[in-house]
Structures are given as structure tokens and as C-alpha cells.
Design a protein around this ligand. Structure first.
Ligand code: SF4
Length: 295
């Protein structure tokens, strides 16, 4: 299976989004997923075009709403490889509430956040990851806001896999995406993507360190306290010009939301989605059942 890109991607030359697409195209065959088994749900922004360029099922949702749509799909068909994607403004700002609760509930999916520290599609406005002092049309005198800490936020909320990678290194990105997709539970990948059109100052161009492959950063990614400390250090260093990428945290024995639902008897073994195609199944819509119960 080789996913194709059709039609030609229309991102600006040099955009980091090409790196996400490339690494995703390389990662999917490695996890052995076909287009029929893959759903890519996106939010709004330059990143939202991702599912137009990948040969798989796709759903382009409202701004900030990729995660609730992806959650519903993963619940209806747990056999699907569900990937949600969006930008830092879409995912950490507008959809921030969904991010916290999808991580907390450990829904089985991969969430890729294109982090270019601005809103790109709408011409470079300040976003939740823009550094303090960053000047834009919406903050002409410089942002007075402290940027969000996406890695710490994911860990604190309950994500069972947290990583950061960068478009300038598609090989590391591919390996991290493979591990994120193979992980059972909510896998958050903060993907640093340069925007040469609206954010020429972003740190994504600078050399980076792979924390999983560096003698300077010996730590155990299965140890929550270690991960928390390193994330804090990393998130400060990013704005000082040092980029630390890699897998920060993984908790492989925690059941996903789908597995917990099955254990409670609330989710059948057979995917709910298949019932739509079963002519013998006596479908009872939950809305009808609700009305009957409350007459
Ligand atoms: Fe990429 Fe920025 Fe162009 Fe959007 S505006 S396609 S993020 S370079």
C-alpha cells in the first residue's frame, strides 16, 4: 500500500506541512494500514488541507472540532486507524477543551498538531504558541501572553503518549508517527512546522536534539515524573532557541476508552458501524429509544 497525493498540494513553497504529509505517507505503510482502514479528520487552517492530499478516508470538520468527530468515528469503528490533525490555533486554542478531555479519556487515536506558532491560513495572527513579545497584525506591539505548554498540557490532562517532532526531520517524524499509531490510546504528537510566509522567525529552523538518542538527556519515557520535568525544561528552551524532540512519555498498559467501554459492556465486540450494513440487524436509533423512555 502506497498512499498517493492527489491533487497537487497547494501549500506555500518551503511550508512545514509538506514534511507532515511526507512522514505520514511513509508511516502508514509501516503500520500496515490501507486507505479503507484509515480515517484522517482535520480542523480548519493550512493543516486542514492534509486529508485532501492523502489517499484515505477524510473528514474536514469545523474550526477546532477535529477531535470530537475523530472520537465518534473511533467509537463507532474501533478497527479504523483514526488520525486527527490541526494547527496550534485550531487544536490548542479553539479546540483546547476537546484536547484536554480527549487526552483525559484516552481515546484511541493519533493527534497531530501542526505547531508553527501562528495562524497561517488567515495570514499570521498570534496563536496560543506564539512567544511572548511576538508581533503580528493582531498584536502589533507584541504579544503580552505567555505561550501554552502543549506537552505538559497533554501529560497533565492524561494523554498516554506524548511526543514532539519537527518537519525538518521527516525520518524522526515518520518513526514517531509509526509508534503513535501503534499505541493503543491517545497519542499526541506536537509537530513543529515552519511557516516561511508568515513566521520567518520561528525556531523550527534551528538544529534540534533527539531526547531519545542523546547522552545529555538520559531519562525513562515511561516515568511520568521524568517526563514532566523534561517537558518543563523543553518548553522553556524552545523559546530560547533550543529544540528538543522525541518521545517524552508513553504508558502502554493503560486501557483506551474503547477498551474500557467494552469491558463495561457498553461497546459491542462487533464495530457499531457495521450494523448499518447488516440487513438483518433490527436498528434502533438511540434518539428513538430516548424519546420512548421519556414519553
Ligand atoms: Fe504553510 Fe504558512 Fe503557507 Fe500556510 S501560510 S501554507 S502554514 S507556509
Amino acid at each position: 500500500y502506497t498512499p498517493t497525493v492527489e491533487p497537487q498540494a497547494t501549500w506555500c513553497p518551503g511550508c512545514g506541512d509538506f514534511g507532515v504529509l511526507k512522514s505520514l505517507k511513509q508511516a502508514l505503510p509501516e503500520v500496515g494500514r490501507t486507505p479503507e482502514e484509515t480515517l484522517l479528520v482535520t480542523g480548519i487552517g493550512c493543516s486542514g488541507k492534509l486529508n485532501s492530499y492523502l489517499d484515505s478516508y477524510g473528514f474536514h470538520t469545523l474550526h477546532g472540532r477535529a477531535l470530537p468527530v475523530a472520537r465518534a468515528a473511533a467509537l463507532a469503528n474501533p478497527e479504523l486507524e483514526v488520525i486527527a490533525a490541526g494547527g496550534d490555533g485550531d487544536g490548542y486554542g479553539i479546540g483546547g477543551n476537546h484536547f484536554v478531555h480527549t487526552a483525559r479519556e484516552n481515546h484511541d487515536m493519533t493527534y497531530i498538531v501542526f505547531n508553527n506558532e501562528i495562524f497561517g491560513l488567515t495570514k499570521g495572527q498570534t496563536s496560543p504558541t506564539s512567544p511572548k513579545g511576538h508581533k503580528s497584525k493582531t498584536q502589533p506591539h507584541g504579544s503580552a501572553k505567555t505561550p501554552i505548554r502543549p506537552l505538559s498540557m497533554a501529560l497533565t490532562s492524561g494523554a498516554s503518549f506524548v511526543a514532539r517532532t519537527a518537519a525538518v526531520n521527516p525520518n524522526q517524524a515518520r518513526d514517531i508517527l509509526v509508534q503513535a499509531m501503534e499505541h493503543d490510546g491517545f497519542a499526541h504528537v506536537d509537530f513543529l512546522t515552519q511557516c516561511p510566509t508568515w513566521n520567518k522567525d520561528a525556531r523550527q529552523y534551528v538544529p534540534y536534539t533527539d531526547i531519545n538518542d542523546s547522552e545529555d538527556y538520559e531519562f525513562d519515557p515511561t516515568n511520568r515524573a521524568d517526563a514532566q520535568e523534561l517537558m518543563r525544561e523543553t518548553e522553556d528552551k524552545l523559546y530560547e532557541g533550543e529544540v528538543l524532540t522525541g518521545i517524552y512519555y508513553r504508558e502502554d498498559d493503560r486501557p483506551s476508552y474503547q477498551e474500557e467501554k467494552k469491558q463495561l459492556g457498553e461497546l459491542p465486540e462487533e464495530p457499531l458501524a457495521e450494523r448499518y450494513f447488516d440487513e438483518d440487524y433490527d436498528w434502533e436509533r438511540s434518539y428513538d429509544r430516548f424519546i420512548d423512555q421519556h414519553k
